[in-house]
Design a protein around this ligand. Structure first.
Ligand code: ASP
Ligand code: MG
Length: 412
């Protein structure tokens, strides 16, 4: 008998019919001889509606404790309705809020982190042949205050519960049928991946393949719980996200992703001596600005250039801080550009194939796209380009590196 945690997102529980559909699916899984814990999100649109209400009354900065009390009600509705629907099909089910089941978090309202997960109450439902239905996205802190885990947090709730219960799999049901090689809306030739390693999924999720909350993948990776991303509207297999050793088909490039949420800052002519990078980046990190790519040129004439990227929302602040530092350390100039995009190719097979970068650059050159920055890791190559070429770049890279079946690259 397997223990399966199933998570259903907002679009899968959007209305009465959808909830009944989920109930049928849960019951079918149970009747196939499995124990089932279900974790649900709020009905689609519900959380946004609650956020709107919070701002309508609480202004720009509503009390965050009350904000969490309010937002957690979205999921609370769904668990009750789903438990009723399962009951209607003649099966036992019991709903639990985060606090009731023992999802303990720190006290950081609106972005709490999970500290521990109790399994006792869930186990007792399973032992009585019932289905445990739990509210995603929420927990309680040490004092019993309701907390929420950040938008998209139900994925993390589900995976954390799967880890605590040592479940055989955590199934994430959503409105897409798996993880694709790239966004199918941009590239019709995109194909569904059968299997993907945690590492690849992390690179793809953090770069804008918005299927899973990143934290959930980190949890699953730490505890080795397989994630199965699949559609709640079909019975087809989706994409398994597993340990690297379990990925048979090591594609050279398994995904092409893009991110338009960053901006670039260019510091020209800083002195090439110890301590400069630290002076430049300390004020940024002190202000909580997360720097992504950093590139420093080889120096000539004792001075060098530093270019880095920050989230678009922090661009003005980062530019101001850098300008201030530069007047202290005496660099030539600072400027920036918000109209950039980061396009990346990701693949486990890059570990044992040379030449991917060459083919990537050749494909971009063929389209006349200029590369402004390049960074690489073991399983990823990212380039920064002008924003207006994003779609063209994604299509060209997908055609050159994925559509040929991920063959070993030919070095020209
Ligand atoms: N309902 C929450 C949200 O919309 C959590 C989730 O769906 O994962 O962000
Ligand atoms: Mg989601």
């Amino acid at each position: 008998m397997a223990l399966i945690v199933q998570k259903f997102g907002g679009t899968s529980v959007a209305d009465v019919e959808c909830i009944q559909n989920v109930a049928r699916r849960v019951v079918a899984t149970k009747q196939a001889g499995n124990q089932v814990v279900v974790c649900v999100s709020a009905m689609s649109g519900e959380t946004n509606k609650l956020v709107g209400l919070a701002h309508a009354i609480g202004g720009d900065d509503p009390l965050d404790r009350e904000y969490d009390v309010l937002l957690s009600t979205g999921e609370q509705k769904t668990i009750a309705l789903l438990a009723m629907a399962i009951h209607q099909l003649g099966h036992r089910a019991r709903s639990f809020t985060g606090g009731q089941m023992g999802m303990r978090t720190d006290g950081a309202h609106t972005r709490a982190r999970i500290r521990s997960v109790e399994t006792e109450r869930l186990r007792s439902v399973l032992d009585e042949d019932g289905v445990a239905v739990i509210a995603g996205f929420q927990g309680v802190d040490e004092e019993g205050n309701i907390t929420t885990l950040g938008r998209g947090g139900s994925d993390t709730s589900a995976v954390a519960v799967a880890c605590a219960l040592e479940a055989d799999v955590c199934e994430i049901y959503t409105d897409v049928d798996g993880v694709y090689t790239t966004d199918p809306r941009l590239v019709p030739q995109a194909r569904k991946l059968g299997r993907l390693s945690y590492e690849e999924m992390l690179e793809m999720a953090s770069m804008g393949a918005k299927v899973l909350q990143i934290r959930s993948v980190k949890f699953a990776m730490r505890y080795g719980v397989p994630i199965h991303v699949r559609s709640s509207f079909s019975a087809d297999e989706g994409t398994w996200v597993t340990r690297e050793e379990d990925v048979m088909e090591r594609l050279v490039v398994s995904g092409v992703t893009c991110n338009r949420d960053e901006a670039k800052i260019h510091v020209k002519g800083v002195e090439d001596q110890p301590g400069i990078a630290s002076k430049l980046f300390t004020p940024l990190s002190d202000s909580g600005i997360i720097v992504d790519m950093i590139i420093q040129n080889v120096s000539s004439d004792g001075s060098t250039d530093v270019t880095f990227t920050v989230p678009k929302g922090d661009y003005r602040k980062a530019l101001d801080l850098a300008t201030k530092t530069v007047s202290e350390i005496g660099a030539e100039s600072v400027d920036g550009d918000e109209k950039i995009a980061k396009v990346s190719v990701v693949g486990l097979g890059m570990k044992d194939h040379a030449g991917v970068a060459t083919r990537m650059f050749a494909a971009l050159a063929k389209e006349g796209i200029n590369i402004q920055m390049i960074t690489t890791s073991e399983i990823k190559i990212s380039v920064v380009i002008e924003e207006k070429y994003t779609e063209l770049a994604v299509r060209a890279l997908h055609a050159a590196l994925v559509e040929n079946g991920g063959e070993a690259p030919v070095v020209p």
